[in-house]
Design a protein around this ligand. Sequence first.
Ligand SMILES: CC(C)(COP(=O)(O)OP(=O)(O)OC[C@H]1O[C@@H](n2cnc3c(N)ncnc32)[C@H](O)[C@@H]1OP(=O)(O)O)[C@@H](O)C(=O)NCCC(=O)NCCS
Length: 88
Amino acid sequence: MMPHPNGIVIHPNAVIGPNCLIFQQVTIGTIDGSTEPVIEGHVDIGAGAKILGSVRVGAHARIGANAVVLIDVPAGRTAVGIPARIKS
Ligand SMILES: CC(C)(COP(=O)(O)OP(=O)(O)OC[C@H]1O[C@@H](n2cnc3c(N)ncnc32)[C@H](O)[C@@H]1OP(=O)(O)O)[C@@H](O)C(=O)NCCC(=O)NCCS
């Protein structure tokens, strides 16, 4: 779901599961042209977030606005900040 489909860039080889919510200005891509992210189902990705490289975002995770995700995000957890950290 893309409620404000503006400035969204997704690498064609990225894997995105069902029922993800992707806000404006999100980038999902590689760091160096190699491996793309895998995003499981029902993930909410806040405005301006970047998810880069060989990372996996587990189902029902939440990515904060403007986060830069460079590490795996476990299912159901929230990642915020630059670089993104997993909130408790
Ligand atoms: C990440 C998010 C889902 C967390 O929501 P939440 O569970 O209600 O979290 P809280 O507001 O209780 O914040 C929890 C902590 O994360 C921090 N935080 C929340 N969002 C953050 C963000 N985007 N970047 C950095 N830190 C953030 C808070 O400061 C707080 O830190 P603390 O524990 O050190 O006090 C939400 O803040 C967010 O970014 N949503 C995206 C919204 C969006 O993109 N809307 C677009 C509308 S067009």
